[in-house]
Ligand binder design. Sequence first.
Ligand code: ADP
Ligand code: MG
Length: 231
Amino acid sequence: MTLVLEDVTLTYPDGEGARLTALDAVSLSVPAGELVAVVGPSGSGKSSLLAVAATLVTPDAGQVVLDGRRTDRLSRGQQAQLRRDKIGIVFQQPNLLPSLTATEQLQVMAHLSGRAPRRWRDRAGELLDAVGLADKADSRPHQLSGGQRQRVNIARALMNEPAVLLVDEPTSALDHERGAAVLDLLAGLARDRAVATVLVTHDHAHLHVADRTVTMTDGRLTAGTPATPRG
Ligand code: ADP
Ligand code: MG
């Protein structure tokens, strides 16, 4: 599945009766199996880009096209179904449910999409194995390190076999070494499973995992990395 953003503009009310432009005519195309990294200063619009790509936020102008289908022509219910079945989202903070084991965190996702119970268990086990947590399947969040929680978060996002993966600064709570391990894992999974992946990262040391890098500046997207790395 190819993710395409065409000329997307998004504004927010700025509180003084005017509008703040978070995304300014942004276009981006991510084919299946490609990992695009997005860098740029805080407040430049990176999270807004992911929110629009995820169909969580409707832009003022422009569109999000998934495999040739315009998502703005879908109903709210169809968009929710699309997110559940096709889009994996990894936020900065894992937001795991405190009372559930790692396996159960993943099973909740499959439950929401109404899949067969036996398959959930198999797939949850397989994904926890893929992220190196086979021996933590029965651990709850308080028994896991920050890096392990973020790996559960990634496994959970892959539970419903998404075609598109949207990842927002997944390593911000991790030290460099653990962050690098998480990103290598993410890149490997995205490639192996032919997932179109957009990765927002503040850490330029991680960009080697990406097929290409784009930079957000004041809501505008340009190819390549900035001359003076920031963040
Ligand atoms: P980044 O992820 O690069 O830090 P964001 O996409 O979060 O940037 O924000 C882009 C701009 O939009 C910022 O100026 C931010 O303050 C503003 N913004 C983000 N979300 C909202 C919102 N819900 N309401 C109003 N302004 C917002
Ligand atoms: Mg952000």
